[in-house]
Design a protein around this ligand. Structure first.
Ligand SMILES: *[C@@H]1O[C@H](CO)[C@@H](O)[C@H](O)[C@H]1NC(C)=O
Ligand SMILES: *[C@@H]1O[C@H](CO)[C@@H](O)[C@H](O)[C@H]1NC(C)=O
Ligand SMILES: *[C@@H]1O[C@H](CO)[C@@H](O)[C@H](O)[C@H]1NC(C)=O
Ligand SMILES: *[C@@H]1O[C@H](CO)[C@@H](O)[C@H](O)[C@H]1NC(C)=O
Ligand SMILES: *[C@@H]1O[C@H](CO)[C@@H](O)[C@H](O)[C@H]1NC(C)=O
Length: 477
């Protein structure tokens, strides 16, 4: 596992009192909280170590929770250059990288610290979470603190979440934009803890140990790197993928130390000649996506269930993982700000202006237990550019439920993808089309981040663009 070293910088603080001092020392508190989460997870893992078929040399051990759902890993692996720099409070920006160098590997004593595991923590009667086999109250509390820290640091969003009433949009025939449905009978739970719980506690949102093992197997022999870039293409996107590789070489890769990253290209069905050309020209690691790890209903490429599977398989091998559809085109972006945003908010995406319910079918809302009308204020997060920070919160509260959705026949792909691809945009109505991976991810992020959802949208100078049909014949050998 790739372990950010900055997590240790908050150790001096007394953990129980940490929340009361956050107004003045918010960042140290965040770091403390992250330490707590890390220690909890490591400790839980040590307690429930779970044997798998995976080679212990290349693969961190799977964590088995009581019910065996949960991924993460406790191995220590030093990769590449010093990992994280100290962060300037309140800005997320990196300052004086020299300070952090050499610090930061967690000592064995730290890992074995006297942190309670969930089994020892008693929940009050009204507080117990029915159907929480795979997760402890302590873990939920720790993830909640991470979310609260982020929300407190965030303030209101950048104007991404809709604030106008839907009736106002309707009056001008705007059927696509984000808006508030004042007739919606419910609201998101105001308690961050309950929102976290809603994503991690229900059994149907947990991946099974078996599913997890198969998914992690996808990335079993991938080396850990600080940054992992991933794309994936089938034959019909081969030419676009060449343009992406060209673009990466022009704008991104020259700015990175060659040892700090890897670039993986997943073959989703290239022709043999195409595959050979990618292998010869791409200067990336070409791999086949073993689609059979997915249940039959999710194997159709247009269900996009392969995407959360690949991301889950590799996130624990990186500090930051960047998944790119072949249509992504970088420009001259400030990379340091980009990485800082991923660390600060846990994930970064591009968005569209389209309100999500229109592009998401009813069963997906049912999976998450919410009425669709709650989500009108939220625009699509484009999972075609998905940046994730490797941390327990993201792994457990975001990626695992997303993967469970991919595996569930009623969540990510409950419809025939051919029939739900096209969004007509002539009226406002739930589920006129469906966006699969993007739909489910947006729902999860909206539920978790609420008003601060806008911070998940990438805000660097010159963010990447989506350029569908931008093709190139770059692999000429
Ligand atoms: C909205 O659409 C309706 C029906 O298509 C039309 O009659 C009306 O003039 C439109 N209103 C505006 C503000 O464009
Ligand atoms: C890719 O480009 C080649 C060469 O221009 C062309 O022959 C081929 O049809 C293109 N493939 C697709 C899927 O567009
Ligand atoms: C290929 O990648 C290696 C390191 O990953 C780098 O040193 C080399 O310059 C790259 N070659 C090209 C042609 O980009
Ligand atoms: C799939 O999700 C639904 C909720 O939408 C749940 O009732 C069902 O048990 C899940 N199926 C599996 C196999 O987990
Ligand atoms: C929802 O989809 C309908 C039909 O495709 C479309 O007319 C409408 O503009 C979309 N609305 C939103 C909010 O995306």
């Amino acid at each position: 596992m790739y372990r950010p070293s900055h997590l240790h910088r908050g150790w001096k603080m007394t953990l129980p009192g940490a929340r009361s001092v956050h107004a003045t020392v918010r960042l140290p508190v965040l770091l403390c909280v992250l330490v707590v989460v890390l220690v909890l997870v490591v400790n839980t893992q040590l307690n429930h170590l779970h044997n798998t078929a995976v080679s212990p040399v290349h693969q961190p051990p799977l964590i088995g929770h009581p019910a065996g759902q949960h991924a993460a890993d406790g191995s220590v692996e030093e990769v590449g250059a010093p990992i994280l720099e100290p962060v300037v409070a309140g800005t997320g920006l990196v300052k004086d990288p020299g300070v952090a160098r050499g610090s930061g590997r967690e000592s064995p004593a730290t890992q074995a610290g006297p942190v309670e595991t969930g089994r020892e923590i008693k929940t009050k009667p009204g507080q117990s979470a029915p159907g929480t086999p795979g997760i402890s109250e302590a873990e939920i509390a720790a993830y909640t603190q991470v979310l609260e820290m982020r929300m407190e640091a965030a303030g209101r969003d950048h104007g991404v979440v809709g604030t106008r009433h839907c009736s106002v949009l309707a009056a001008v025939n705007n059927t696509r934009g984000t808006c508030i449905d004042t007739s919606c009978p419910t609201a998101f739970h105001t308690s961050p803890k309950q929102r976290v719980r809603q994503l991690v506690a229900p059994k149907h949102m947990q991946v099974t140990a078996d599913q997890l093992r198969q998914v992690l197997d996808i990335g079993r022999d991938v080396e850990s790197k600080r940054y992992i870039f991933i794309t994936a293409a089938s034959s019909n996107h081969y030419n676009e993928s060449q343009a992406l590789v060209y673009n990466m070489r022009k704008y991104i890769l020259p700015k990175l130390h060659p040892d700090s990253y890897s670039f993986l290209y997943y073959d989703l069905g290239l022709k043999p000649t195409e595959r050979r050309r990618v292998e010869k020209n791409c200067n990336c690691s070409v791999r086949s996506m073993p689609i059979s790890v997915l249940p039959p209903h999710a194997r159709h490429l247009m269900c996009y269930a392969w995407k959360p599977a690949i991301i889950k398989a590799l996130l624990h091998k990186a500090e930051v993982l960047v998944y790119m559809d072949v249509s992504i085109r970088f420009r001259d972006m400030d990379l340091d700000a980009f990485w800082a945003g991923a660390r600060r908010w846990g994930a970064q995406f591009l968005n569209s202006q389209d309100s999500i319910p229109n592009h998401t079918v009813q069963p997906t809302f049912a999976f998450y237990g919410d009425p669709a009308c709650l989500y009108w204020p939220y625009p699509e997060l484009l999972a075609g550019f998905s940046v994730f920070h490797n941390e327990p919160f993201m792994q457990r509260v975001v990626i695992d439920p997303w993967l469970a959705c991919a595996f569930n026949a009623t969540c990510m792909c409950p419809v025939n993808p051919h029939q739900y691809r096209i969004c007509a945009h002539t009226e406002r109505r739930v589920g006129q089309c469906h966006r699969f991976d993007l739909s489910s991810l947006t729902l999860q992020m909206a539920k978790l981040y609420g008003d601060t959802f806008g911070h998940l949208v990438l805000r660097t100078n010159h963010p990447p663009k989506v350029a569908r049909n931008d093709r190139m014949g770059f692999f000429t050998d």
